[in-house]
Ligand binder design. Structure first.
Ligand SMILES: *[C@@H]1O[C@H](CO)[C@@H](O)[C@H](O)[C@H]1NC(C)=O
Ligand SMILES: *[C@@H]1O[C@H](CO)[C@@H](O)[C@H](O)[C@H]1NC(C)=O
Ligand SMILES: *[C@@H]1O[C@H](CO)[C@@H](O)[C@H](O)[C@H]1NC(C)=O
Ligand SMILES: *[C@@H]1O[C@H](CO)[C@@H](O)[C@H](O)[C@H]1NC(C)=O
Ligand SMILES: *[C@@H]1O[C@H](CO)[C@@H](O)[C@H](O)[C@H]1NC(C)=O
Length: 764
């Protein structure tokens, strides 16, 4: 897959937002660590784990030579964790950490690390969710509590109105914490919890003062994601006239609990862990996570989010997490722990346009989110070739200037901006460059070579060429949609490749949702502008869509496990776009996307409510997987809290997807054969007396056998097992081959589909 320079640029922008200086290990300088402990090792003298950890911290000595210089630096306890992991976080010198490692009950440590949120602010795609009306049927999502770990919330937004909301569930143990410009009275029947965590941030930046030390969101990201998941109906929503209408969350009757961990100055794992720990204790049903570690830093047992969410899953909490914005290369995915739903981002079927009308009446449509007003009058068009000189541009600034793609387009836009031109037309050959600039601070059209030629020809053939701009055109029902976007991170998941990831594609590009009105959304000329709504793109936007859908399924089936809910979402996903063709991959010349791009396909909430069969998995099944991955018993105890003997091991999780690495040793010849068998168990969640038949599609040249090919269920909740076997040459015709297994019931009501993937790609 090609990785364009555009996408590199996006990547840099999205990570720069939260990059925090990373100090190398130094002996005397304290760092923040997360310490995993064995709770059963607590001496009887202590009344709580908290007091045990405190006493341990105060008793350890600093044995290093540098200690004399730093002896005034006391170890500082940050958080005690009891629900997500067992242990605590603390600021320690390296030598104190060494002493701590000798303490009874110590298991392991990880360094506190910064995370990034998964939004690509500059990436602009087109569209809004056309099926959201059907997702918001009355009562759907009622009583379900969605916990969001993000940048806080703007409680005055209409999305958090509690009109029509049921009472706060009595099982809820969370609370609404007060702080700067945030009172606990801001919570209501919609927003039922709001907390904030920054001890980890402050220990890495001791001199920092935090102006908005409360759950209030001055960034916008958390307001955006939480309103996507469960925002109440907000009438008159629009982004400067674009996408106007009523904004609804996926589960508009679900309750929201916000855990603020994303700060302007950074986001730290110790804070995220504290938030998840509390969310488990508070009693959330669903967790929506739109942040993650960087991909080169993403080992399952060293990722506090993966470890903490294992505990959440054990308590029956469903986790939706963003796959990351580091696509489109393979292995770029994060948040791929097998107990989560990992969500990729796609486009939707609405476009935001501007129109350039030439003096001869010819109209050219281009993508734009330009928010300002523009004269309806015609202006002269002036060709300035590569727009290399700010000085020259300034002399013609009262015209519509036309720039052609020789210089980099970044430079051209910058020059036009510096010269304060009235308007500009940029002609370039990069099909998805326009995404970057649709939010330009001045009226600008980014158009392709063909349209560009039309403009140039018109100018050449006329003595007084003129043009006119119009903005704020919203088009609905554009095709094809969805497509998977280039930025969406791709599988496989490096630290657990045997479970196919991502799981699902959900709307992530150009999503309109509520926003913090004090956070700048764009500039008009040099003036910052603000809005109660914003249009953003990223897997950050996709994850809360999936969390909201999970709330609907949870509401319909309160007793289902997180794995059953995930299975329902995956096996009913739609692999086709609105042209009824396979979903396409923007980054790969619009070729059909593979399961490494979109998982099972595009999320389909209505079908997910009634899937027919589910692939369930219990905590023990994930333990078997961890054992087969050869984790030491110490490491497994980090996840499970209990000692575990690894009697049973299996990499073959009961998952609604299949992935086989054919050329697994990388040394095969064309005569070598590969075969792999998978075992699966499905539970009938439809009515009794159902018979299902297997049908395999795709997998060209690979033999796929399903045994037995027919499953008969006499009763509801009955389980049946089957084997799926792949056989083929180790050297495949293509490095990525895929297809699907569908179980179809005889009456034609259900189709329970799983992606099958055979690949020769390796992570090296
Ligand atoms: C406090 O919140 C209100 C909204 O209730 C907002 O209008 C105001 O600007 C905020 N004040 C500060 C200092 O951020
Ligand atoms: C554009 O015009 C509308 C209506 O005339 C006005 O409400 C809005 O504030 C204007 N926007 C800008 C950015 O000037
Ligand atoms: C535009 O891009 C395409 C595909 O990358 C390339 O084949 C073509 O030569 C380019 N055209 C120009 C005029 O640069
Ligand atoms: C685990 O260890 C066994 C025995 O050494 C080995 O055969 C197997 O490939 C390892 N599994 C993984 C997933 O590394
Ligand atoms: C291991 O698997 C066997 C057979 O499925 C089962 O009976 C046994 O309880 C399992 N043991 C553990 C420790 O999970």
């Amino acid at each position: 897959m090609p990785q364009s320079s555009t996408m590199n640029f996006l990547h840099i922008l999205s990570t720069v937002l939260f990059i925090v200086s990373f100090h190398p290990f130094t002996r005397a300088k304290p760092n923040t660590y997360i310490i995993h402990m064995d709770p059963s090792a607590m001496p009887k003298a202590f009344s709580s784990h908290h007091s045990w950890y405190f006493s341990m911290l105060s008793s350890i000595s600093d044995t290093s030579e540098a200690a004399s210089a730093s002896s005034t630096v006391t170890s500082k306890h940050l958080y005690t964790y009891t629900h997500s992991i067992n242990g605590f976080s603390a600021t320690l010198t390296l030598s104190k950490l060494e002493s701590l490692k000798k303490s009874f009950g110590y298991l392991s440590f990880t360094r506190d690390r910064p995370l990034t949120v998964h939004t690509t602010h500059t990436s602009q795609f087109l569209g809004l969710n056309s099926v959201s009306g059907a997702w918001t049927a009355p009562n759907y999502g009622e009583d379900v509590i969605i916990g969001i770990v993000d940048s806080g919330i703007w409680p005055e937004s209409e999305s958090y109105s509690d009109e029509g909301m049921a009472q706060v569930p009595t099982r809820w143990k969370g609370k609404c914490e007060s702080g700067t410009n945030f009172s606990s009275s801001f919570c209501n029947k919609k927003l039922i919890g709001a907390r904030f965590y920054n001890k980890g941030l402050l220990s890495s930046h001791p001199k920092l003062t935090i102006p908005m030390n409360s759950p209030r969101d001055i960034n916008g990201h958390g307001t955006h994601t939480s309103s996507i998941a469960a925002g109440n109906s907000a009438k008159g929503a629009s982004y400067f006239g674009y996408a106007s209408g009523t904004a609804n969350g996926m589960a508009p009757r679900a309750h929201i609990a916000m855990y603020k961990v994303v700060w302007r100055y950074g986001t730290y794992t110790s804070d995220v862990l504290a938030a998840i720990d509390q969310a488990i204790q508070d009693g959330v049903d669903i967790l929506s996570l739109s942040l993650g570690l960087s991909v080169d830093n993403n080992v399952l047992d060293d990722d506090p989010i993966a470890v903490a969410t294992f505990a959440a899953m054990e308590k029956g909490i469903f986790i939706a997490a963003s796959a990351g914005n580091d696509g489109p290369l393979y292995w770029s995915l994060v948040n791929g722990a097998p107990w989560m739903l990992t969500v990729a981002a796609g486009s939707i079927d609405r476009e935001f346009d501007g129109i350039l009308t030439l003096g001869n009446g010819v109209q050219i449509t281009f993508e734009s989110l330009y928010p300002g007003n523009f004269s309806r009058n015609q202006m002269p068009l002036v060709v300035m070739d590569e727009c290399a000189s700010v000085e020259e541009l300034r002399q013609v600034r009262n015209n519509i200037i036309v720039c052609k793609d020789h210089l980099s387009i970044n430079d051209q836009v910058e020059n036009a901006e510096s010269a304060m031109v009235s308007a500009a037309v940029f002609i370039s050959n990069y099909s998805y460059l326009s995404e970057l600039y649709t939010r330009s601070s001045f009226p600008a059209a980014f158009i392709g070579l063909d349209d560009g030629q039309t403009v140039i020809d018109y100018i050449k053939q006329n003595s007084d060429p003129r043009g006119r701009f119009q903005f704020r055109k919203t088009r609905i029902g554009t095709k094809p949609a969805p497509k998977v976007d280039a930025y969406s991170s791709r599988g496989p998941f490096l630290s657990c490749p045997n479970v196919l990831k991502p799981d699902i594609l959900a709307p992530g590009s150009l999503v309109l949702a509520s926003w913090s009105p004090v956070s700048e959304v764009t500039k008009v000329g040099s003036h910052p502008s603000f809005s109660k709504f914003n249009i953003l793109s990223g897997t950050s936007m996709a994850a809360p869509h999936a969390a909201g859908v999970a709330a609907l399924v949870k509401r319909a089936h309160p007793d289902w496990s997180p794995a059953a809910i995930r299975s329902a979402i995956m096996t009913t996903a739609n692999p086709f776009d609105n042209n009824l063709s396979p979903i396409k991959d923007v980054s790969n010349f619009n070729q059909p996307a593979s399961p490494l791009d979109i998982g099972a396909g595009h999320i389909n909430p209505i079908k997910a409510l009634d899937p027919g069969l589910v692939y369930d998995a219990k905590p023990q099944d994930y333990m078997k997987l961890l054992c087969a991955m050869n984790y030491t018993s110490k490491k497994i105890r980090m996840f499970t809290k209990l000692s575990h003997d690894c009697m049973n091991r299996s990499l073959d999780l009961n998952y609604p997807a299949f992935i086989a690495f054919f050329n697994d040793d990388g040394l095969s010849t064309s005569a070598d054969k590969f075969e792999q068998e998978f075992q699966r168990t499905v539970t009938n969640v439809g009515k009794g007396g159902m018979a299902y038949t297997a049908k395999v599609t795709g997998m060209d040249g690979i033999k796929v056998m399903v045994e037995p090919p027919k499953l008969v269920f006499k009763q509801k909740y009955e389980k049946q097992s089957y084997k799926l076997r792949l056989e083929g040459p180790k050297l495949l015709k293509k490095d990525v081959m895929f297809g699907a297994l569908s179980w179809r019931d005889d009456a034609g009501k259900y189709m329970v589909t799983s992606p099958i993937m055979a690949t020769t790609i390796t992570s090296q």
